[in-house]
Design a binder for this molecule. Structure first.
Ligand SMILES: [Zn+2]
Length: 307
């Protein structure tokens, strides 16, 4: 509360303008001008700090080395094909029945067991991971955090005073206060989703995956969200499936006119079936399943608030 006087003072608008000017930079993935106060170092430290809590909240890593290696391998290849290959990338398949995928700042990416189960091919998985890599490379989280800073009084103090700890930043980010659910406070905008779809297609096609896989993912998610239940979660974070499908089809036709060429773009259905789907069937039920409590009750009662 010690910032209150400061906030009400006349110097604040001037400071904000100054901060906005200094915080403007060129986005590495999109080439656009952006307002982002979160440094690369800060991105990395926040992601590294939040990731273990996040994994734990979503049932831990799926207990299968072959699935983890498979997801991690594809993820790292996508990241290496991106504009930010040097972040501390990590890819986790988490043991949660909810259907979703997430990214933390600095390159920590998560895909849930619920979503893996719905996918049919490696190209689709590459689409999901590529989309999340896109959120990271386009620095959407940093931009959303900067926006949050601008609209919250406490955040203004954090952004301007510059003496805050990682813990303060994580609070602004929402991680740690409402564990696991916090990032939803910073849900992405429509343009950011479209941008990530496009970047996902960019990275997956660089690895030779058929971009149609990305469209199929949208359809899977649309179907899942239509059924209510776990799918509702996806609606909160990844809205507008129809608009996105339309946009993706347009991009593919325009930028990848030879997408039907099987020599150039691959789907890898069999490999996905064998490595992920068959293996998932052999495993015990997911550790995290909000529809089937109390298998892993949320100790703080903070789960599932995002509908
Ligand atoms: Zn997204």
């Amino acid at each position: 509360m010690r910032y209150q006087t400061f906030l009400m003072s006349w110097t604040l608008p001037a400071l904000l303008v100054l901060a906005a000017l200094t915080g403007c930079s060129t986005n590495p993935a999109t080439g656009e001008q952006q307002l982002n106060w979160i440094s690369v170092e800060k991105e990395k430290s926040l992601g590294a700090e939040a990731a273990p809590t996040f994994v734990q909240q979503y049932g831990g890593d799926i207990p299968s080395a072959s699935i983890q290696n498979y997801v991690s391998d594809i993820g790292h290849k996508l990241a290496a094909a991106s504009e930010r290959p040097d972040l501390e990338w990590e890819f986790h398949a988490v043991d949660s029945a909810v259907i979703n995928a997430f990214a933390l700042p600095g390159g920590k990416v998560f895909v849930t067991r619920g979503l893996l189960k719905e996918l049919k091919s490696e190209a689709q998985l590459a689409g999901v991971l590529g989309h999340e890599v896109g959120h990271v490379t386009a620095q959407h989280i940093g931009q959303q955090m900067t926006r949050a800073i601008l609209i919250t009084a406490a955040g203004v103090a954090v952004g301007v005073a510059g003496e805050q700890s990682d813990e303060d930043w994580l609070t602004v980010l929402g991680v740690g206060t409402s564990v696991g659910g916090g990032l939803y406070m910073l849900s992405y905008g429509r343009n950011q989703e479209t941008q990530s779809d496009e970047l996902g297609v960019r990275y997956m096609t660089r690895l030779g995956y058929n971009p149609v896989g990305q469209v199929q993912v949208m359809k899977v998610l649309k179907r899942a969200s239509g059924g209510g239940g776990a799918g509702m979660e996806f609606l909160a974070t990844h809205p507008y499936p129809d608009t996105r499908i339309k946009h993706l089809n347009m991009i593919i036709k325009d930028q990848y006119p030879d997408y039907k060429d099987p020599q150039k773009y691959r789907i890898h259905r069999d490999r996905y079936q064998r490595t992920v789907l068959a293996e998932l069937k052999r495993l015990p039920p997911p550790q995290h399943d909000p529809e089937n409590q109390p298998a892993n009750p949320d100790p703080q009662g903070a789960g599932d608030q995002y509908r």
